[in-house]
Design a protein around this ligand. Structure first.
Ligand code: AMP
Length: 535
């Protein structure tokens, strides 16, 4: 016997109507390219989004068509986040830090018909344009220099707001992002209305980010990185004020917004928070961060030392794990009820793990021999499933990334303990395999970054005649600080088995970064590919 509840579609349209109906007075704040701040309300956002929807319809955008954006984090981009899916089309956010050749590949692969681009990114577009087939380019802040382009502002001003919002199937594609994989061609992940609606709800749960109407949320994560981590949709759903930093992700700009807009929740990769910490520690100026409840940190693992140091400045880290393929939120490291009275030490240990899955996301870890026990010790490849986990890639079933029983193989190596708390040990390709044993580069890096002289550290595998691979630590020292290889090895020694300790240390000026601010270990591997560690 079936239940009798309505089969009501879970769509972005519903999120939009809610923002438009209940939260008209809530603010959207944007930092412009010239650093000035503009603000409007969700009521204005709704009116402009309906106009953009009409513009897209008049351009002939059909259901299922891909409409790309090449844009920073601002209110216009937010309008596209909604207008494109409301039209039944697919919002394709392009990573503006990619090489033009990769962007051309992605645009062609996705078969984007329309592109919405920031005027400041037109020079990048010009390098791509000869290699792609785009029917229409819409420029935000158009100064007339792009031939045949539509000017975003005048198109909006001239369009009547669309009054009827199309009825949409919750399973229809609403958005797509390409993975920023470091090997092979980028792959497209297609989100549905349903997956985005459910993911938006999950983010707002009290044991996830706990976002509500009274919050002011600053995504210090670009809107092209995994749906801006879902924050734009969640904030519209609950009516939280959105504080959009534009292209200004330097520490002082972010700190100014956190203080000036009384931000309660922010999100960003560890490198953003590392630079914010350095700015705060330089003591040049103090900031009133008393409104800030917590900052979501994910994308790579924040070292425990970073979590502690930020706490001292009133910035409470909420650590989460996710992937483009998981929308992205997968797990959150909240201190569980059983540990609320545990020692500070134990709570920090817990908060620097990746945590437990959000409702409806399930996790397990496997080795070739089978599933690994939840003992907090045995490493295996993390596998996930859930309603906002991808089941394939665009034009590619990605068969090698799925198990026979339908779980997604993340490529992350993890342990899971008795309580279900997951800890990422490494990407499988970054794991160091020494004499048949696995060494976690992440654990070594995180410990090294707790040394007072160390600003950044990355550990990579170096080929070794006897052990197959051995660890090399690449270290950036803080300005004016000093430490030798022996100092650092002695610092690590009490915490790790002897065979884990890096054989060599190299000191460099900066660790190369990926397009979304993670350490680019493939560049380090390339740089040190002829490095020799004596047997
Ligand atoms: P992307 O799809 O580019 O966001 O990359 C996803 C990958 O980032 C994951 O598979 C992990 O390897 C890594 N990652 C994301 N969040 C974390 C985290 N909290 N700790 C460690 N690694 C993470």
């Amino acid at each position: 016997m079936n239940g009798q509840m309505m089969d009501f579609p879970l769509t972005i349209t519903s999120i939009f109507r809610r923002a438009e109906t209940f939260f008209r007075a809530r603010e959207v704040v944007t930092r412009r390219p010239d650093k000035t701040i503009t603000r409007y309300r969700f009521g204005d956002f709704a009116d402009r989004t309906r106009r953009l929807l009409r513009v897209l319809q008049d351009l002939g955008v059909q259901r299922g068509d891909r409409v790309a954006t090449l844009a920073w984090t601002h209110a216009h981009h937010l309008e596209a986040y909604f207008a494109v899916p409301l039209a039944g089309a697919v919002l394709h956010t392009l990573n503006l830090r990619l090489h033009p050749d990769d962007l051309a590949y992605i645009i062609n692969h996705a078969e984007d018909r329309v592109l919405i681009v920031d005027a400041s990114l037109v020079p990048l577009l010009e390098r791509i344009r000869p290699n792609v087939k785009l029917e229409t380019v819409i420029v935000i802040g158009h100064d007339g220099t792009v031939k045949d382009a539509v000017d975003y502002e005048s198109a909006i001003a001239n369009a009547e707001p669309a009054t009827d919002l199309p009825d949409l199937d919750e399973r229809a594609a609403a958005a797509m992002c390409y993975t920023t994989g470091t090997t092979g061609k980028p792959k497209g992940v297609l989100y549905s209305h349903r997956s985005i609606a459910l993911h938006s709800l999950a983010i707002c749960l009290p044991d996830a980010l706990g976002i509500g109407e009274c919050d002011a949320v600053l995504p210090a994560v670009p809107m092209f990185h995994a749906n801006g981590w879902g924050l734009p949709y969640s904030c519209a759903m609950v009516g939280a004020k959105l504080v959009l930093p534009g292209s200004h992700l330097d520490p002082v700009s972010v700190l100014e917004l956190l203080e000036g807009e009384r931000v309660t929740v922010a999100g960003g990769v560890p490198t953003i928070w590392m630079s914010i910490l350095q700015t705060l520690e330089s003591g040049q100026r103090s900031y009133d961060l008393s409104a800030l409840r917590h900052v979501l940190v994910g994308g790579s693992a924040p070292p425990a030392s970073l979590i502690r140091a930020l706490d001292k400045h009133g910035i409470k880290v909420l650590h989460a794990w996710g992937m483009t393929e998981t929308s992205p939120l997968g797990t959150v490291a909240r201190v569980p009820a059983a540990l609320v009275n545990a020692s500070e030490e134990e709570q920090y240990r817990c908060r620097s793990k990746q945590g437990r899955p959000t409702p409806f996301v399930e996790i397990r870890a496997a080795k070739v021999e089978g599933l690994v026990p939840w003992d907090g010790q045995t490493m295996g490849e993390l596998e996930v499933r859930g309603p906002w986990v991808t089941s394939g890639y665009f034009k590619d079933d990605g068969a090698d990334r799925f198990t026979a029983d339908g779980w997604f193989k993340t490529g992350d190596i993890a342990t899971i303990d008795e309580s279900g708390t997951m800890e990422i040990q490494d990407r499988s390709k970054d794991l160091i395999k020494s004499g048949g044993e696995w060494i976690s580069s992440v654990a070594l890096e995180n410990c090294l970054m707790g040394h007072p002289a160390v600003a950044e550290a990355a550990v990579i595998a170096i080929a070794h005649a006897k052990w197959a691979e051995r660890p090399l630590a690449v270290v950036v020292l803080k300005p004016g600080a000093s430490a030798t290889a022996d100092d650092l090895r002695a610092f690590l020694a009490p915490q790790f088995p002897k065979f884990w300790l890096p054989d060599a240390f190299e000191f460099i000026d900066a660790i190369p970064r990926t397009s979304v601010g993670k350490f680019l270990k493939s560049a380090l591997r390339e740089r040190y590919k002829t490095y020799r560690i004596e047997a």
